[in-house]
Design a protein around this ligand. Structure first.
Ligand code: ZN
Length: 70
């Protein structure tokens, strides 16, 4: 496993985050609003490296309490 693989995974669910930040195409996360509080909950080693996946952003918007309780 390479570092790039780890960065391609969501820090919350471990699924591929499908972030396009390293490609030439604009990433979906630029258009989406990632709640600042959710970014704060990313574990320190992954912060600023791994992208949160779309599913977890949606999950957070629906049920923020389940993320805070981790
Ligand atoms: Zn996720």
């Amino acid at each position: 496993m390479t570092a790039a693989d780890a960065e391609g995974k969501c820090p919350f669910c471990g699924e591929a985050n499908t972030c396009m930040a390293k490609s030439r195409q604009p990433c979906w996360c630029i258009a989406a609003t990632i709640p600042a509080e959710l970014v704060e909950l990313v574990p320190a080693p992954a912060k600023g490296k791994a992208c949160i996946c779309q599913a977890c952003v949606r999950r957070y918007n629906r049920d923020p309490a389940s993320f805070r309780s981790r």
